[in-house]
Design a protein around this ligand. Sequence first.
Ligand SMILES: Cc1cc2nc3c(=O)[nH]c(=O)nc-3n(C[C@H](O)[C@H](O)[C@H](O)COP(=O)(O)O)c2cc1C
Length: 370
Amino acid sequence: MVKIRTKLAERLGIDLPIFGFSHSVDVTAAITNSGGLGVYGIAHDPPDAVPGKLAAIRKLLGDRPLGIDIMMPKGMPEDETLENVRANLPGEQVAYVAGLTEKYQVPASTKKTFFNSVLRTPSYFEGQLQALLASDTDLVAFGVGLTPDAVSRLQAQGKLVGALIGSPHHFDAYRGVDLDFIVAQGTEAGAHTGQIGTMVMVPEIVQMAGDLPVLAAGGIGHGSQIAAALSMGAQGVWLGTTWLSASEHGHGDHAIGDKLRAKLFAAGSGDTAITKGSSGKPQRQVRSAWTEAWADPNAPPPLKMPFQHALVGELLTAIDEHEVDPLLHSPAGQGVVWSKAERSVPEIMDDLAEQTAIGLKQGIATLEEG
Ligand SMILES: Cc1cc2nc3c(=O)[nH]c(=O)nc-3n(C[C@H](O)[C@H](O)[C@H](O)COP(=O)(O)O)c2cc1C
């Protein structure tokens, strides 16, 4: 298989500068075992569940590098409980969610999930961080938010630490933090996202970052885009949506049901929408009756994070559990267009590597220097 070297890839000892974000243990491990670097997102794992997840990935990886992504959004309430927040939600929003439940005949959920049992609080994040500090994780990325203290504590343990940003303002905000890499994520990306396109932001952040390695993210699902990202000065790419089509989800801990898979495979590049309806922050998802419901002019404004979560967590869990169409959805980026069928992670990686090599070798232009 082709190997593509960049300084950051060499530092990590990986053959391909392809970083893959996933909430699935099996998918994450398969990405690393296929030559890239899998990064497991612990956002949905309560602190006491994190050590078990890390151990499960480590078992599959041997001594290959283990990457973790943690979200530490600012401004979460300190001394709150989910029950208390739920009891005090505003009536208009509660009535709207009850109306959706009724309209789409969503049965009650029977499962306990992150969405219906967790309130994001600083102590939840601190607990997750403690678990990472006690682990042999090699790389940690901060998704939404970070604290300089958390970064330096992780680095003191020898971990490589980076952060996702969605704008040059975020980069400026992190200037005082001694990060090891930056992920410049354009608006095309699945899940929480900003407003600037990947093609515009990557070279801008590469210029701002100087020697700090930058990874490009957002809408990337074909190797020609990876070649383009490397040409723009990125030292690699960070992909999320691509892995939703991985067959490893089927038997993993984070299975994706057939109906959702079909919806993702049918989606084109124009079939995603940004909504605050799931978490309270702008999140790109495959378009569905859920995204439409929150874009409706008659909808009440979504609440802020983490209150929107408390409002809709029960319904989101039920929609997933009972595969309720047309509300069924998932975070997904515009690059969903590149995933038209279920494939294994090694197959996806092979294709990406081959397409990248073609892109790097066969520039469409010829150069005449004079
Ligand atoms: C289903 C899904 C869940 C995600 N969850 C998180 C998360 O918990 N933390 C995070 O930092 N990024 C999360 N992301 C964003 C990815 O880390 C990545 O930046 C993004 O997917 C890249 O753009 P792409 O989706 O176009 O490949 C998620 C993305 C997807 C598709």
